[in-house]
Design a protein around this ligand. Structure first.
Ligand SMILES: Cc1cc2nc3c(=O)[nH]c(=O)nc-3n(C[C@H](O)[C@H](O)[C@H](O)COP(=O)(O)OP(=O)(O)OC[C@H]3O[C@@H](n4cnc5c(N)ncnc54)[C@H](O)[C@@H]3O)c2cc1C
Length: 532
């Protein structure tokens, strides 16, 4: 098929203009790079990064060793301890980089960087900019710097829907216009590609993630044969607001810290018998408690009536806006909540330099699995790892030269004529939330896998096919891990099992094989999504 082809003359191409992609492009300057941005740069409401704070052991008395120990404790025995220590050690330099870019982190009265505490951190280690504007401020500073860097060539308004390889090495990318997925593909020759496409939350109907966090970056690497690590480990935020917003706004944990309580429709405090810390139990425990109430038909609500007063708009602007849009007054009514897909610990397997299993392919940010999260993740580490690994990739690339890539062939997604993408995407997301969500179980995972594999094969559009590939990796790994560990909870195998005390390393071919076996089993029934 004839296609437009863009030459990069042996340049590095970075896919994704979130914190990881932007930072990597800047770190590579003055080396010429091409940066693919799905939207006009900076016009994405700052993507998943918007509400994020960043962790770094910079306060007096804190240390990288202590930060690493907290990562290791949270990771369910699957964290690579050397990787965690190296990430914690590199944090201070990443913060220095941000300060050099002009980031105005909050400071204490002595002028030192102000730090606050977050769950699972044993020290005050969270840095913020004007309270909860940190992520937004970081992306704004990076965008400004990228715009002012002549060596960065921007291709805006395009998404990558396939990674092109030859002889086991990267050759380029297949791009499509974001606003016209039906338009002809554009091929981009590239001997070195950095994927920085973010997470997978949007694969689930209930998520806190924006719609671009749809797993397509993960899928295109997997379709090209990359090894994928730990895909089953998805962190669910326990209290996302269920008022019909997509993504669902997060109801801050701090409200529970101030005394807001979780109740069901009957007014019962269902966390009382579940954990001594009741509503302040660890995230996973609260998410499972809420999910159990929802599945039993009793619903779950955060009752913050005794905590919020007239200044709610000022103190909790995101919550307030979402409540107003839903016609809800949180000072008078309990807020309906449910767990929602929030962060992917898994991703494209990378080593300490961000290299993947495919020659010429690197990955940074949430799309990468860096071995520093294991089975669970601690607050503020996502932005930190995104910056640190993006920087290490730039270092790994420095001094390397690449020849121009040879002619390219497109990757066809033979779609059935007239297929309508929207219902399939919705179905996929509903299956993921109801069958591959907070509480998993073998038979329902098997049903989901068979349905998702069908979409991967026959789905209506490249987007749906790619989303189904990412979903298939998550579902098959969740089915294979017959235990509960970290954020992965199996109702049929509720305990940790020492024989599963290792990371998952898988491929799309292995996932498809599991799906084929399950489809051939007499017990594999048609998928039945419960509800969105
Ligand atoms: C509500 C919320 C709160 C959070 N709070 C915190 C926190 O306090 N601290 C913390 O550390 N982390 C937090 N996180 C997680 C953190 O924000 C993300 O992990 C981080 O922003 C990921 O950065 P990234 O650069 O990998 O991806 P993103 O910032 O998501 O950027 C990815 C970019 O890639 C683009 N893209 C995607 N697919 C393609 C494609 N196929 N082709 C081209 N472009 C593509 C997207 O459009 C996007 O611009 C939070 C996340 C959410 C949703």
């Amino acid at each position: 098929m004839d296609h437009d082809q863009i030459e990069t003359s042996g340049q590095v191409v970075i896919v994704g203009a979130g914190v990881a992609g932007l930072f990597c492009a800047l770190k590579l300057a003055p080396r010429p790079v091409t940066l693919i941005s799905a939207t006009p740069l900076g016009e994405e409401a700052f993507g998943a990064t918007m509400q994020a704070d960043i962790a770094a052991a910079v306060a007096p008395g804190d240390s990288p060793e202590s930060h690493a120990a907290d990562m290791i404790a949270a990771g369910g025995g699957l964290v690579d301890e050397d990787a965690a220590r190296a990430l914690a050690r590199d944090a201070a330099a990443a913060i220095e980089d941000l300060l050099r870019l002009g980031l105005a982190f909050d400071r204490d009265h002595k002028g030192a960087l102000a730090t606050s505490r977050a769950a699972a951190h044993s020290a005050r280690r969270i840095l913020s900019v004007r309270g909860d504007f940190t992520g937004q401020a970081i992306v704004a500073a990076l965008v400004q710097a990228v715009r002012a860097t002549p060596s960065i060539r921007l291709i805006e308004g395009h998404v990558a829907d396939a990674l092109l390889t030859g002889n086991g090495a990267v050759r380029g990318l297949q791009l499509r216009r974001t606003d016209d997925p039906a338009a002809a593909a554009v091929l981009l020759a590239a001997p070195a590609v950095v994927l920085a496409t973010g997470g997978i939350g949007h694969l689930f109907a209930a998520t806190t993630n924006p719609d671009h966090a749809n797993g397509i970056g993960l899928a295109i690497a997997a379709r090209a044969g990359a090894v994928i690590a730990d895909p089953e480990f998805v962190q669910f935020h326990p209290t996302a607001m269920m008022t019909g917003h997509d993504p669902a706004p997060v109801v801050s944990e701090s409200l529970r810290g101030l005394g807001a309580i979780l109740i069901n429709r009957r007014g019962q405090r269902f966390m009382l018998p579940r954990h001594p810390l009741v509503d302040l139990a660890p995230r996973d425990t609260v998410a499972r408690g809420i999910m159990a109430e929802i599945m039993a038909g009793r619903g779950a609500f955060l009752d913050a009536r005794d905590v919020l007063d007239e200044d709610v708009a000022e103190r909790y602007p995101v919550l307030h806006r979402a409540c107003v849009a839903a016609g809800l007054d949180p000072t008078r009514q309990p807020i309906p909540v449910a767990p929602a897909a929030h962060f992917h610990m898994g991703g494209i397997a990378v080593d300490a330099r961000g290299r993947t299993s495919i020659e010429g392919l690197w990955a940074a940010g949430e799309v990468a699995a860096t071995a520093t999260d294991g089975a669970n993740h601690i607050a503020g580490n996502a932005l930190l790892a995104a910056l640190v690994f993006a920087g290490r990739i730039a270092e790994d690339l420095s001094g390397r030269t690449f020849a121009g890539a040879p002619g390219l062939h497109d990757v066809a997604f033979a779609a059935p004529a007239g297929a309508d993408a929207t219902p399939s995407e919705r179905t996929l997301r509903e299956i993921m939330t109801s069958q591959v969500g907070v509480i998993r179980e073998e038979e329902r995972l098997a049903e989901a896998i068979v349905a998702i594999a069908r979409m991967e094969r026959d789905g209506g559009s490249p987007n749906v096919r790619n989303m189904a590939s990412a979903a298939l990796l998550i579902a098959t790994a969740a089915w294979s891990r017959r235990e509960s560990r970290g954020a992965h909870c199996r109702a049929d195998c509720p305990a940790e099992n020492p024989s599963f005390a290792q990371r998952t390393m898988t491929t799309l071919a292995a996932a498809r094989e599991i799906a084929d076996d399950l489809a051939a089993r007499p017990t594999a029934r048609q998928s039945r999504p419960l509800s969105a």
